[in-house]
Design a protein around this ligand. Structure first.
Ligand SMILES: *Cc1c(COP(=O)(O)O)cnc(C)c1O
Length: 385
């Protein structure tokens, strides 16, 4: 139906220098974890004001290891928003703990800290908040709560690399913090993730846990003190991440320009419910990994699936972030039901992610806005006219 090129909802931006750098690593004779991993970790550490960072094969692996570092295990509870990616509750269950799902604030779509406080009990050991779509949680309130109740915090900052809170980078303060370098994120290493920790002792634990639990003894032999899996990042991936990290400020700046264009241009009838624009006065506060309005389904004659299909027919891809985690089949045994967490469920039922990535143009944004207006206008449920 469209003569214009297909516009996906996200796409990685990889330049020729990055592709050449991968070739150099492949020719170097050392292709798995090595000097490029060290360089990537040093560059990430600089981004977070010198805190120790270790890279891993994914953010999911980083979440799992963060739970181990925080001492979370069987019998413990971890508070997590239900509006999050499945990786967070999955890893909580993987380490033998129980996810305690809490609703989000409708505006920011971040963990509702008052409801979280009410769910803290004798078994609660940690809070695992998500910075939704790249918008930080209220970090002052989050860490005040954690300090007051003696809880560890594991920030799922998969989408928030480069975001700031009161001018400070996410990950540069606080407790444990996880970034993702999946191709849909603000920078990529194809697959990959990072864990920001507090000190060298925690960093060494992560190094052991990401590679068979191996520790090196003074005599040059190896020991395993704790059984572990294998989550190391190859140098081929690390060199991609390193090049991407240099471009992060430019990528995020372009994302903010495009998001601004969406806010300025997105007028539809019936109206879409627009996402949070970022905190006032916090110029780099929001990394805008996602631009995800909510559909006014009650005022429409079409479903979300039909809306997405209509955009697809116009050559425009869309995404969906996220389903309501507390309603996933794997977590049914924790006893949550539809109706328990109404903000999460409303977002999950009506959200649609529109295209947003650094190589898009403002004309592309206009094209998406026009298509939305067209499809929504035609699907307006008629009342008395
Ligand atoms: C993508 C994502 C993850 C998982 O990242 P991987 O690197 O693919 O493991 C976790 N949490 C959130 C919020 C994400 O968006």
């Amino acid at each position: 139906m469209s003569d214009l090129p297909y516009l996906p909802f996200t796409r990685p931006t990889l330049d020729e220098a990055t592709i050449a750098a991968v070739g150099d690593v492949l020719r170097s004779g050392w292709i798995t974890s090595g000097p490029k991993v060290k360089a990537f970790e040093a560059a990430l550490s600089a981004l977070v004001d010198g805190r120790p960072v270790r890279v891993l094969s994914s953010a999911t692996a980083a979440l799992e290891l963060a739970l181990h570092v925080a001492g979370v295990g069987p019998g413990d509870e971890v508070i997590t928003p239900a509006m999050t990616f499945f990786a967070a509750p999955n890893m909580i269950v993987r380490v033998g703990a129980t996810p305690v799902f809490v609703d989000v604030e409708p505006g920011t779509r971040n963990l509702d800290l008052e409801q979280a406080a009410a769910r803290i009990g004798p078994r609660t050991r940690a809070i695992m908040p998500t910075h939704f779509g790249g918008l930080p949680c209220d970090m002052d309130a989050l860490y005040a709560l954690a300090r007051e109740r003696g809880l560890r915090v594991i920030e799922d900052a998969a989408l928030a690399i480069g975001s700031t809170w009161r001018g400070r980078a996410i990950g540069s303060f606080g407790d444990l913090c996880v970034f993702s370098f999946h191709p849909n994120k603000n920078i990529t290493s194809i697959e990959g993730g990072a864990l920001v920790v507090n000190d060298e002792r925690e960093a060494q634990r992560v190094e052991a846990l990401r590679f068979h639990g191996i520790v090196r003894l003074p005599d040059g032999t190896r020991d395993v003190t704790e059984v572990a899996s294998k989550f190391n990042l190859p140098d081929v991936n690390a060199v991609v991440g390193l090049r991407q990290l240099e471009q992060l400020p430019a990528f995020n700046a372009k994302r903010r320009v495009l998001a601004r264009r969406y806010f300025d241009r997105l007028r539809t009838d019936p109206p879409l419910e627009l996402p949070h624009p970022g905190y006032p006065g916090e110029a780099e506060g929001h990394s805008f990994n996602l631009f995800a309005p909510l559909l006014p389904l009650a005022a429409l004659t079409i479903s979300r699936a039909q809306f997405r299909a209509a955009l697809e027919a116009r050559g425009i891809g869309t995404g969906m972030s996220y389903e309501a985690a507390h309603l996933a089949s794997a977590f049914a045994r924790f006893g949550y039901h539809r109706g328990d967490l109404p903000h999460t469920e409303r977002i999950a039922d009506t959200t649609v992610t529109l295209p947003l990535f650094p190589t898009m143009s403002e004309a592309d944004v206009d094209r998406v806005c026009a298509a939305c207006a067209d499809v929504l206008g035609a699907a307006r449920a008629t009342t008395a006219s």
